[in-house]
Ligand binder design. Structure first.
Ligand code: HEM
Ligand SMILES: CC(C)=CCC/C(C)=C/CC/C(C)=C/COP(=O)(O)OP(=O)(O)O
Length: 305
């Protein structure tokens, strides 16, 4: 990628940034996993293959809006990010990229994403995506993150929305099934994030962010990881209980749950200092796995049942 030299723009003198920095602002790996969940929401919304227009424009629109939300998060958190080793090398935290450029990029992505959903998908999906964008970029980042250790539980509603957005992109209306898919991601968010927060507790404390391990200690947070882990397991069983998914899903999700709860148990025991980070990384494979078996089960209908 071509280097761009910027001199004294927005108070950042002689910064050198790369196009790659604009991609970094989008939190691409998080957005890709969100889009995978949205795609499964789309597939489950229809007994046949969903229309290619809804899938393509839906995924591009949701992806652009989520990337815009992530870029706004980088803008609002640039000073906090500079205080933590994990985030200090980010484009704005390290002052490589002028804030005004990032703000323009975040606005462009968000307007393009919501605009595309309005134009090519449907109004309901556009409004729900906008609500998620505001929920994460503004409500979570600007207020909750700095105010309460319940920040990620409440903010988790925005992060959990992609399967619902995928569903409404295809159907144009709300129903209980996508809310159930959203519930799975919502319940999974605390074990996902608090495992990492235990590992990074000292950094959060240094930056003055009231994450649960900072305000209530490690032992309490480890217990919460264990309890929310069980809540996640219960949520993952509901698609089978209500007849939305079949035996392929049940077998697959039970295997994933066993591994997920093994890691959450190791976090809860607290004997192994490496367990929280390992549990965090497994949580990502787990959520991809759960949505993967939902998809597999959906298309296995007809072959096995
Ligand atoms: C409020 C809700 C959430 C919080 C607070 C949260 C927090 C975090 C944090 C702090 C990281 C580490 C990022 C880094 O080191 O760069 C992370 C990584 C990640 N999260 Fe989450 N997360 C949330 C929701 C989600 C959701 C809903 C998904 C997807 C469905 C997701 C997928 C991922 C992935 C894939 C990574 C790994 C990124 C990488 O490889 O760099 N997260 N999350
Ligand atoms: C439209 C739509 C679906 C919006 C969702 C947007 C989105 C990308 C949510 C990501 C959730 C996430 C990674 C939170 C961590 O933020 P953090 O600031 O606590 O983590 P950090 O310290 O790594 O920045």
């Amino acid at each position: 990628m071509r280097n761009m030299a910027i001199e004294r723009v927005d108070g950042v003198s002689q910064a050198v940034w790369q196009w790659r920095d604009l991609i970094t602002l989008c939190k691409p790996r998080v957005v890709i996993v969100m889009l995978a969940c949205a795609l499964v929401g789309m597939a489950l919304a229809s007994p046949d293959l969903p229309s290619s227009g809804a899938v393509i424009f839906g995924l591009v629109g949701i992806g652009l809006a989520a990337s815009g939300a992530a870029a706004f998060n980088h803008v609002l958190d640039r000073r906090l990010d500079a205080l933590m080793i994990r985030t200090s090398r980010r484009p704005l935290a390290s002052q490589r990229l002028p804030t005004s450029y990032a703000l323009a990029w975040a606005t462009l992505l968000s307007v393009a994403g919501i605009g595309l959903l309005l134009w090519q998908v449907n109004v309901l999906t556009a409004w729900l995506t906008l609500a998620s964008l505001i929920g994460y970029a503004l409500i979570y980042t600007a207020f909750l993150k700095r105010a309460t250790p319940q920040n990620i539980v409440i903010g988790g509603v925005a992060g959990a929305s992609p399967p619902l957005l995928g569903w409404t992109a295809v159907t144009g209306h709300l129903s209980p099934e996508p809310l159930l898919l959203m519930l799975i991601v919502f319940a999974w968010t605390p074990p996902h994030f608090w495992a990492l927060a235990i590992h990074k507790r000292d950094e959060y404390a240094k930056a003055g962010i009231p994450m649960l391990p900072v305000t209530h200690g490690d032992a309490f947070t480890r217990l919460q990881v264990w309890l929310y882990g069980w809540l996640t397991v219960a949520a993952t069983l509901l698609p089978f209980v209500i007849g939305m998914s079949g035996l392929v899903y049940l077998v697959g999700v039970m295997a994933l749950n066993a591994r997920f709860m093994y890691w959450n148990w190791r976090v809860w025991r607290g004997h192994d200092s490496q367990a929280p980070l390992a549990a965090f990384w497994f949580s990502i494979r787990y959520i991809l796995g759960v949505f993967g078996v939902l998809l597999l089960d959906h298309y296995a209908h007809g072959w096995f049942y």
